[in-house]
Ligand binder design. Sequence first.
Ligand code: UDX
Length: 436
Amino acid sequence: MKIAMVGSGYVGLVSGACFADFGHEVVCIDKDEDKIARLRQGIMPIYEPGLDALVEANARAGRLSFTTSLAEGIKGADAIFIAVGTPSRRGDGHADLTFVYAVAREVGQSLAHDAVVVTKSTVPVGTGDEVERIIRETGTPHRVSVVSNPEFLREGAAIGDFKRPDRIVIGAEDDYGRAVMREVYRPLFLNESPILFTSRRTSELIKYAANAFLATKITFINEIADLCEKVGANVQDVARGIGMDGRIGPKFLHAGPGYGGSCFPKDTLALLKTAEDYGSPMRIVEAVVKVNDSRKRAMGRKVIDALGGAEAARGKRAALLGLTFKPNTDDMRDSPALAIAQALLDAGVSVAAYDPEGMEQARPLLPEVTMCESAYDAITGADVVVIVTEWDAFRALDLNRVKQLAKAPVMVDLRNIYKPEDMRAAGFAYVSVGRG
Ligand code: UDX
């Protein structure tokens, strides 16, 4: 099979490299000349564990190549994937489809053979219909089937998620589209990964419904955590206790500072916009978005309380450990760290920070934060140590050293990576999430 991947960002690059690893011949296309030049030299535009090795091996084997020319890249491709960004449109939260439609038009204009065009970008219901209309409008004489195939990749675990998915969802309207997609995913068929064939609109909605449900699950346990603090209960045991019920499931019940990242915040807003457009309100998701937004700043107040309240906090220093929205990524998009740092700065607290991968992305977003060389550098002279992201490197800090370097032995652990009794035994004033 020959596959073209238009858009070599996070999703396009991971998907392209994995398809090549399955033995398909893949061309990754991107308008960004610099990005393509660097990819040809094996330099990744993002941090994702295992991606550089996968790209290098498949490029060396001649199965993976890179180009800036769409017309060149889609030549002879059986399947042309659209994996360009769909950012939130400024003002209304709607997904911005400018890039998707521009690619559809260019594909229609350049196509010299029959092909299946697959939308992998997260797009609102009905986008496939519009992509099909745009391609037809170019007057291409070739047979084109437009298919939806959403991705469910988690950053930091994307390659594993791609190769061993819980499910593959394919929304196709004709047999040609279904047949080509079956071939594309044949290697995974053999692994017995379940494939769900459905209509294109259903497939588009599945992606939003999945992310909104997961965001709801997180937000639910976060509110239970708040209640736990008030009533003196333990949220981790509550999560275990409800998660053992097969109908609920144990995953995505970690209480924390609120969800961030490139997907949940953007996709929940886009789903709300679709719901509004069709006059079918989604009050649960509306509440989830509001609760999660206010939670991030509330975490800043939690740190201020640990410093003895607003009055006492002024002029003190906080060390933030972890800045990215989750570990194993350098992604700062909608990271709770942004709101927490701002809340602290607004309260007159100076902030020092360290993140194993996210410093470069974080620096321009947090110009008033002092970026440090290591966790211990950030801790030096701090009145409070705040665990914002649960990087492995922060799970076994040398607590004696922390006590020596910090001005006061105070820790706010927003990811519950330490045990309250251990921290108390080590002489810390320790605050976590939902462990009253
Ligand atoms: C998510 C979806 O998991 C993926 O299927 C989709 O395609 C893209 O969006 P990702 O954004 O990479 O992936 O991160 P994920 O691991 O899902 O975490 C999202 C956010 O939720 C993070 O901020 C994380 O810290 C938070 N989270 C997750 C919790 O606070 N508690 C949990 O139990 C799980």
